[in-house]
Design a protein around this ligand. Structure first.
Ligand SMILES: NC(=O)c1ccc[n+]([C@@H]2O[C@H](COP(=O)([O-])OP(=O)(O)OC[C@H]3O[C@@H](n4cnc5c(N)ncnc54)[C@H](OP(=O)(O)O)[C@@H]3O)[C@@H](O)[C@H]2O)c1
Length: 336
């Protein structure tokens, strides 16, 4: 396989290097791309130094089988033609194409086969909060249809990129040193704070991030489910957490839900209140699965169930999900 990573220097790009290595992804040649900021920089992959090339409109993608793109929506839109011109499958982490009809939006545990129908040779990786939520929802949807979802998210700083993670570290240092706090990546100081806004506001008062959870969940699950989300940035470094309430067509008992989560693909049940065992972002960064805990009947709705999930949004929410899509294509001999 000839593989390319577009946006190699970023938080997701760096995770691609780790995940591809960790999973022994079959690679004969790896190409790295970036803007003029990182072009020329070298990264080591499987003991070999690879120099970042400047992403340009040229023939650099000739012979590439899979291109993992994580360089923002603007770059993906501008370069999709160049990347896919010679037949490379572009698996895109940005929001550029997710809701376009002729672009599949894929979470392998839920709708892997959708990746096989890609008229433009582009497959979109969903929004990170949506990915980890649908992995959990799928386990319950297998039992009975989920009609409604209410969700509050607790999203780590790194969801806004590598520089945002650095800014949070720096803000804590500045606060503790009594220095003025520098705010660049977020709307407000995040250290010692919560910010109930991720992405820009839309006309209905929800943010774009919240509307992504509504629209993308329906597309991935091929479902009429309604999702009402409140997305909050929290001063955790890595791994997003979500508090989820679902309403199902028939009531689901806690025991049944535990069983479903325990056997659900991509899930780990971590729910032992007596031992204070529940998922927490600090301890689950860098892990592959989505962890589920705090499973309870919803006291306000007899067809309701509530639970708490944590997943590493740079890993399962981005790089790992994209690599799993590629692995699926290889497995069904659809590529390579
Ligand atoms: N962070 C997450 O948790 C997460 C999760 C899911 C999806 N995503 C999505 O993944 C994408 C990247 O996110 P990130 O967090 O990795 O951001 P990041 O840390 O800020 O990295 C951005 C990357 O894009 C590259 N880039 C920017 N403009 C470019 C251009 N014109 N040409 C080539 N490369 C360019 C940068 O390269 P230079 O350094 O050379 O400029 C850098 O490698 C975004 O679309 C984001 O929404 C992120």
């Amino acid at each position: 396989m000839k593989v390319a990573i577009v946006g190699a220097s970023g938080a997701v790009g760096q995770e691609f290097l780790r995940v591809l290595d960790e999973r022994n992804f079959p690679i004969d040649e790896l190409l790295l791309f970036g803007s003029s900021r990182s072009a020329g920089r070298k990264y080591t992959f499987r003991g070999k130094e690879i120099e970042v090339k400047l992403l340009q409109h040229n023939d650099d993608f000739k012979g590439v089988d899979i291109a993992f793109a994580s360089a923002g929506a603007g770059t993906s839109k501008e370069f999709a033609g160049t990347i896919t011109k010679y037949g490379a499958v572009m698996i895109d982490n940005s929001s550029a194409f997710r809701m376009e009809e002729d672009i599949p939006l894929v979470v392998p545990e839920v709708n892997a086969e959708d990746a096989l129908n890609r008229p433009r040779n582009i497959i979109a990786n969903p929004n990170c909060t949506t990915i980890q939520m649908v992995v959990a929802l799928k386990a319950i949807e297998n039992l009975t249809h989920i009609k409604r979802v209410h969700v509050s998210t607790y999203q780590a700083a790194s969801g806004a990129g590598a520089a945002a993670m650095d800014e949070l570290y720096e803000q804590y240092r500045q606060v503790l040193a009594g220095e003025p706090v520098k705010v660049e990546k977020f709307a407000y100081q995040l250290a010692f704070n919560l910010i109930p806004q991720i992405d820009v506001f839309t006309d209905n008062g929800y943010t774009k991030e919240e509307m992504k959870m509504y629209n993308e969940t329906r597309k991935i699950m091929h479902s009429d489910v309604k999702v009402s989300a409140t997305c909050v940035r929290v001063p955790a470094l890595r791994s997003h957490s979500e508090s989820i309430w679902i309403e199902t067509e028939r009531p689901v008992s806690v025991e049944e839900a535990r069983e479903a989560f325990a056997h659900g693909e991509g899930l780990v049940l971590m729910d032992n209140p007596e031992k204070k065992e529940y998922p927490m972002p600090l301890f689950l960064a860098g892990k592959d699965p989505v962890y589920v805990g705090r499973i309870r009947k919803d006291l306000a709705d007899e067809n309701g169930l509530t639970f708490w999930i944590v997943g590493d949004q740079i890993k399962k929410g981005a790089a790992l999900n994209a690599v799993q899509i590629a692995e699926y294509l290889i497995k069904v001999k659809n590529i390579g």
